[in-house]
Design a protein around this ligand. Sequence first.
Ligand SMILES: [Zn+2]
Length: 259
Amino acid sequence: MKPCKLQNPNARKIVCQVWRHLRKNFPNDARILTIIVQGIKPFNKQEPTYGKTGRWNTIYLKYLDEARAWLEKVGGHGRWPGIIKLQDNDGLTIGAVAHEFGHAFTSDDEIKSRCAPTYDWANEVAADMHAMRWGLLTCKDIQRRNINNTGSRRSKFHYDLPPGAECVIYGQPYRLTKDFIFERIETKNQHSEGIMNEKQASIARGMLTPQEAGARCGISGEQLMAIFRRKQITGYRFGYHTVRFKPSDVDAYIEKMRM
Ligand SMILES: [Zn+2]
């Protein structure tokens, strides 16, 4: 690998193992990584690490032409040159090193397509995605990260969400899919449908659910419910969460929209 300035023999060994694995099993990714990773350095003493194992420091390209030439070299996709910084001690693990290589390999597009609630979440999850794809990080490693991350200067933020797991971020529950994409979990009072009794069901027969009525106007059920709450369309409430629409009322609403 490019200049590895780590001193600790164990740390050097771990980096070597990761690099050898990549070169052998993912030669194409390794080729791109040799262009992106300009070096591997230890955190210096002044650098507060906040319980971090490593950090990916991108190098700023001053000129647009320089940046363009660079992007061409790595095949576009918005990857940037930089230096992997690591703690130079026995505590370094293969998963943690692979995660930092994952940061190096992550493109702007990959960050965007995570649909994450914040940039940091997108960034961390994308790094995990590559490390797991390379077979160097497991779900267990990600969960364990939270527990191990308890140095004297414990990190304030933890990005320890393995694929398939759920997590509350800024008060909103999310699920991370197997493809490392964030999905908002709909909470009960947003969506759950109440159950109608027999009488109500017979009255509601032939009526449309918000989804069906929305589809008739070319909008989502949620959008239609917003219109209903603004009292711009007639609907029938059979319970707090149960609203139905007569097809004729939906058609009347569409007619009202005519310019
Ligand atoms: Zn990270």
